[in-house]
Design a protein around this ligand. Structure first.
Ligand code: PLP
Length: 260
């Protein structure tokens, strides 16, 4: 966005309702200068999965104001508790206005292979290539073959990953519950990220808080402010590793905050 000289306007979500979309705030944020609405669902960092009805309303706002919609749908297959991901590009009137972004990094755990794709109308893709080519020319050929194999092979791994992330989410929530004087969390409905609020007295500066947690507590997290100004007083944790790694991180945090 900044590369295209656009000015991002942040619209906070409603944390106490599981970081759901704030449609009224979206309406208020749209001006005659607005060109596009951009968001991520299932969400990194919050783990929220925006509901179909809210997304349809958002799509209506885009149509009324002739806005493009850019959606990062990388975690489309990783939703929990019966919640389903809904893609705005599946609405015929919105198909031409929507850029849907996906990556093999999530669906097939192919982090580092650098394969992703977008679904958008052809003349928009022509414009995207102007930025993409100077950055990377093309996706490495070996990665393209690996991605092809992932697509053509059995798909059971995707369901297996989803089950694994669900178990790890539950473990992470259980362990966070033991730190309830330090963090307050919303249970994520998708992705493998969550965004607890820091209740600790040093939590308002999330960067310093996370640095200290890393250097003294030996646990790596991401400061909430990295996701925009309203992410302050939060940290992002991911639960895509193993049960062992999660338990180790929480054992360290319990020890660290017990002392802090
Ligand atoms: C929402 C989201 N989009 C994109 C990416 C990155 O994908 P890639 O590895 O294809 O750059 C991530 C990875 O962390 C992500 O969480």
């Amino acid at each position: 966005m900044l590369l295209a000289s656009a000015v991002p306007v942040y619209v906070p979500t409603i944390e106490e309702k599981g970081f759901r979309l704030d449609i009224h705030a979206f309406r208020r944020a749209v001006t005659e200068k607005t060109k596009a609405i951009m968001f991520c669902t299932p969400s990194n960092p919050t783990g929220a999965v925006f509901e179909e009805e809210e997304l349809r309303t958002l799509g209506g706002i885009a149509l009324e104001n002739d806005l493009a919609i850019i959606v990062d749908e990388s975690y489309e297959y990783f939703t929990f508790d019966g919640v389903k991901h809904f893609s705005l590009a599946s609405i015929p009137e919105l198909k031409e206005k929507t850029v849907s972004c996906f990556t093999f990094t999530k669906t097939y755990a192919m982090t580092g292979w650098r394969v992703g794709y977008v679904l958008a109308k052809a003349d928009w893709v022509t414009q995207m290539l102007k930025a993409h080519i100077p950055f990377s020319i093309c996706t490495p050929v070996v990665s393209q073959y690996a991605a092809l194999t992932a697509l053509q092979g059995p798909q059971d791994c995707v369901a297996e990953f989803r089950k694994k992330y669900l178990d790890l989410r539950d473990l992470t929530c259980e362990r966070l519950g033991n730190l309830n004087s330090v963090f307050e969390y919303q249970k994520p409905k998708g992705s493998y990220c969550m965004f607890p609020k820091i209740l600790h007295k040093d939590g308002s500066d999330s960067l310093s808080f996370c640095k200290k947690l890393l250097l003294e507590g030996r646990v790596s997290t991401t400061p909430g402010v990295a996701f925009g100004p309203t992410g302050e007083s939060h940290l992002r944790i991911t639960f895509c590793d193993s049960e062992e790694a999660i338990n180790k991180a929480f054992d360290r945090m319990e020890k660290y905050f017990g002392r802090a």
